[in-house]
Design a protein around this ligand. Structure first.
Ligand SMILES: [Zn+2]
Length: 399
């Protein structure tokens, strides 16, 4: 049995406990959270900082880890997509017979990095099968979103079969997996219908990149703007895309099922009416932010003032190393609080633990320091006197 104490315990299931003590058995199971007065200090592990549950990285693309530092920063969304696809295609065609090993090595390093950064579970996007064998044997918990996309409406059946094959490989390896649409501009209505008529998802939860840039909204509203460059670069005729006169989210939400859990990812350009619409059409909608990826790609962040109206529905992701310098939920929380000091540490810890656990259905075990759970325990050091993050704040995985 370990009796662990710190300046604050943030159990998430209840209010932060100043100077609290967490009792944990040797298996990592929480026995109790108490006040320190009841204990003799001699029997305690006492730390400086706050203790919170293990983090849930709600949005990652582990298979893209080999693109670390390869894609230029601050180029805007359209150019980023072009650069990323060109890099991937060039890499595959480079004739490097050892390219899968480079991908595997990067995945291995990223998994280790996430573990060291106190992440215990991951919602991971896969367009391929490279990560599957790592996931089978990992100490991290995973849900794999097999991401489906393709631009030509007449080829929707072909795109779906490709995703189905990847999904079946995941399920053959007993991985938790679902087929999910990529983004508004890359999924024609025919493909949405195929994706949402599929009933073998395990469990049926969905992720969707949404309103990541102004260019995405412009493209739907007027059929013009930066996204025409993406179509031009890849020689896609603009006639295959139908603008709607509405923003991207409003244009595609009617395709989504009403009561299935949906995680809208990025929402960098979503306003309060977009959030209200999504939550009204489907009360099971969650909103995920990946601020460091937003900074990397377009040097801008969401306006979090209306995010706080959905305290139980916000999650935090790192996105991939193609658009981030590290895979660390703590670094994402620091960025949010630096940008908007009114978001409390307690709120941020809830966004990065319990909310994700609820979304993925992992809340029996993870997400809060509650007796009976095995959430993992993180110590965050170098907080300021008001329990806010500083640029020096670090995470140490205690369990
Ligand atoms: Zn992403």
């Amino acid at each position: 049995m370990r009796k662990i104490s710190a300046d604050w315990i943030v159990p998430v299931s209840g209010a932060p406990v100043p100077g609290g003590v967490v009792i944990v058995d040797y298996d990592g199971k929480i026995i109790s959270v108490d006040n320190r007065e009841q204990f003799d200090n001699a029997g305690l592990e006492i730390h400086t900082g706050i203790i919170c549950p293990g983090f849930i990285n709600a949005h990652c693309h582990l298979e893209l880890s080999y693109m670390h530092s390869k894609i230029p920063e601050h180029v805007g969304m359209a150019k980023f997509i072009i650069d990323l696809i060109d890099y991937r295609n060039g890499f595959r065609l480079s004739g490097e017979s050892h390219y899968p090993e480079i991908i595997y090595d990067a995945i291995r390093r990223s998994e280790k990095e996430m573990q060291e950064n106190g992440i215990v579970a991951v919602g991971d996007i896969s367009n391929d099968t490279y990560t599957f064998d790592f996931k089978i044997n990992s100490s991290l918990k995973y849900h794999t979103f097999v991401e489906c996309f393709g631009f030509y409406p007449e080829n929707a059946g072909k795109y779906f079969i490709q995703s189905l094959n990847i999904f079946q490989e995941a399920r053959n390896k007993n991985l938790s997996a679902s087929i999910t649409p990529h983004a508004p501009y890359s999924v024609p209505p025919e493909l949405f219908r195929l994706i949402f008529s599929f009933t073998e998802n395990h469990p049926p939860i969905f992720s969707f990149h949404s309103q990541e840039s102004k260019a995405e909204n412009d493209f739907f509203e007027t059929g013009s703007g930066d996204f025409t460059k993406v179509f031009g670069h890849f020689r896609l005729p603009l006639s295959i895309f139908q603008s709607t006169g509405k923003n991207s989210l409003q244009s595609v939400l009617p395709f989504f099922p009403e009561k299935k859990k949906l995680m809208l990812v990025h929402n960098t350009r979503s306003d309060s009416s977009d959030f209200e619409l999504a939550a009204r059409l489907n009360p099971e909608t969650y909103f995920c932010t990946c601020p460091n990826a937003n900074l990397y790609i377009q040097n801008s962040l969401p306006d979090y003032s209306h995010w706080k109206n959905y305290p139980d529905r916000i999650c935090i992701g790192t996105d991939s190393l193609a658009s981030n310098h590290q895979l660390s939920v703590l670094e994402e929380m620091k960025t949010i609080q630096r940008h908007d000091a009114s978001v409390s540490t307690h709120q941020l810890v809830q966004w990065s633990t319990l909310n994700g656990a609820h979304f993925f259905g992992w809340d029996k075990e993870l997400g809060s320091i509650t007796p009976g759970k095995k959430p993992g325990l993180n110590l965050i050091t170098d907080m300021d006197e008001e329990m806010k993050f500083t640029s020096a704040s670090k995470v140490v995985k205690l369990i």
